[in-house]
Design a protein around this ligand. Structure first.
Ligand SMILES: Nc1ncnc2c1ncn2[C@@H]1O[C@H](COP(=O)(O)OP(=O)(O)O)[C@@H](O)[C@H]1O
Ligand SMILES: [Mg+2]
Length: 325
C-alpha cells in the first residue's frame, strides 16, 4: 500500500539504507503497515524498573516509523534513557517535557526530529523532570497536563508512545490520562507478575475516574531466553492470564539490543539484521495490524471516551489502593 512511499521517505544514508533493507528482509513488512484512523496514543508502563519499557518504546517507535508511519516518542522518565537511545540531546538546558508539564510550554516547542529515522520525533526528558513529580502536585489539572499538551499539538501523527518512569506517581498518571492504550512490557523472569496487580488497579482507577477509553491493549514479553525453562513457564503464565493482549512475538535477550543505546541508536539502525531488530519489527507489525485486523478493530472508528470492551485483563477491584499518590 505505502511501499514505494515508504522507501522514498527514508533518509539516504548508509545506516538508513541498511535499516530499510532489514525492514524488507521481513517479507510482509514490505507491504507497509496500516495507518490508524486516529492517532494511537500508547502508554508504555510497568512500575518495575529494567523490564524493557524504554527499549520497547524506542524500538517499536523506530520500527513503525521505518514503515512510513509518523511517530512521536514522549520521554517521561527523568533518567532520559529514551532520549539517549534516540540520539537526542537532553542536558539540563534543553527544552523538554518538563517545560510542557510544569511551565505549560506548547509541545511543538520541544519536539525534536530523530536523526537517521525519517518520521520519528522525540520530546526529550531532562533531569528537571525529577522534581516535576512534586511540583505537579500544586498545579491546576495536575493529572491531565500531558493530555492537554498532546491534544493541543496539531502535527499529524500515527502513533505517540509514552515511555513511563518506574513508578506509579503523577508522571505515570499523566501518561495514563493522556493515552488510550497501555502497553506493558513483561520481563520473563521469576518475579515478572509481582506488582502487576497494582499497575492494573491504577489503570482501572484512571479509567473509572479520568479516562474512560483507557485499557491494557498490549503485553510484550521481553528479554526472553528460550534456553531456560523458567522463561517458558513465565511466558506461558502470562499468555494464560492475558490471552488477548500478549503479542505472539517475544523479544529475545540480545546483546545488540543492549548495546545500541550507547551509540545513541535503536537496534533498528545499529544492527538492522540482528534478531533483536527483526523481533521488534515483527512486534511492531503485530501491534499495528491487530488494531485494524479481524477481531482487533478496537481503534478504528472509535472515539475517545467510548467504552472499551473485549479486553480480558483481570483488572482487580478498585478502591483498594490509592492510585494517585
Ligand atoms: N531484549 C533485550 N536483550 C538484552 N538486553 C535488554 C533487552 N531489553 C532491554 N535490555 C537491557 O535491559 C536494561 C533495562 O531495559 P530498559 O528498557 O531500560 O528497561 P526500563 O525502561 O523498563 O527500566 C537496559 O540496559 C537494556 O539495554
Ligand atoms: Mg526506562
Amino acid at each position: 500500500m505505502q511501499d514505494s512511499e515508504t522507501v522514498d521517505q527514508i533518509d539516504d544514508t548508509p545506516i538508513a539504507r541498511a535499516a530499510q533493507a532489514a525492514v524488507q528482509a521481513i517479507g510482509r513488512a514490505g507491504e507497509g503497515l496500516p495507518r490508524p484512523a486516529a492517532t494511537r496514543v500508547i502508554v508504555v508502563a510497568n512500575q518495575k524498573g529494567g523490564v524493557g519499557k524504554t527499549t520497547t518504546t524506542v524500538n517499536m517507535a523506530a520500527s513503525l516509523a521505518m514503515h512510513g508511519l509518523r511517530v512521536l516518542v514522549v520521554d517521561l522518565d527523568p533518567q532520559g534513557n529514551a532520549s539517549t537511545a534516540l540520539g537526542i540531546d537532553h542536558h539540563a538546558e534543553v527544552p523538554s517535557i518538563y517545560d510542557v508539564l510544569v511551565e505549560g510550554k506548547p509541545m511543538a516547542d520541544v519536539v525534536q526530529p530523530v536523526v537517521d529515522v525519517e518520521g520519528l520525533f522525540c520530546v526529550p526528558a531532562t533531569i528537571d523532570l525529577a522534581g516535576a513529580e512534586i511540583e505537579l502536585v500544586s498545579l491546576v489539572a495536575r493529572e491531565s497536563r500531558l493530555q492537554r499538551a498532546i491534544a493541543a499539538y496539531e502535527q499529524p501523527l500515527d502513533y505517540i508512545l509514552i515511555d513511563c518512569p518506574p513508578s506509579l506517581g503523577l508522571l505515570t498518571v499523566n501518561a495514563l490520562v493522556a493515552g488510550r492504550e497501555v502497553l506493558i512490557p513483561i520481563q520473563c523472569e521469576y518475579y515478572a507478575l509481582e506488582g502487576l496487580g497494582q499497575l492494573l488497579r491504577n489503570v482501572e482507577l484512571v479509567r473509572a475516574h479520568l479516562n474512560p477509553a483507557l485499557h491494557v491493549s498490549t503485553i510484550l514479553l521481553t528479554m526472553y531466553d528460550a534456553r531456560t525453562r523458567l522463561a517458558a513457564q513465565v511466558a506461558e503464565e502470562v499468555r494464560t492470564h492475558f490471552r488477548n493482549e500478549v503479542l505472539s512475538t517475544a523479544i529475545p535477550r540480545s546483546v545488540r539490543i543492549s548495546e545500541a543505546p550507547s551509540y545513541g541508536q535503536t537496534v533498528l539502525t545499529y544492527d538492522p539484521g540482528s534478531t533483536g531488530a527483526l523481533s521488534y519489527l515483527e512486534a511492531a507489525r503485530e501491534l499495528a495490524q491487530r488494531a485494524v485486523g479481524p477481531g482487533g478493530g478496537s481503534l478504528v472508528g472509535q472515539q475517545r471516551g467510548g467504552s472499551s470492551t473485549g479486553h480480558g485483563a483481570p483488572v482487580a477491584q478498585h478502591g483498594t489502593t490509592e492510585g494517585h499518590q
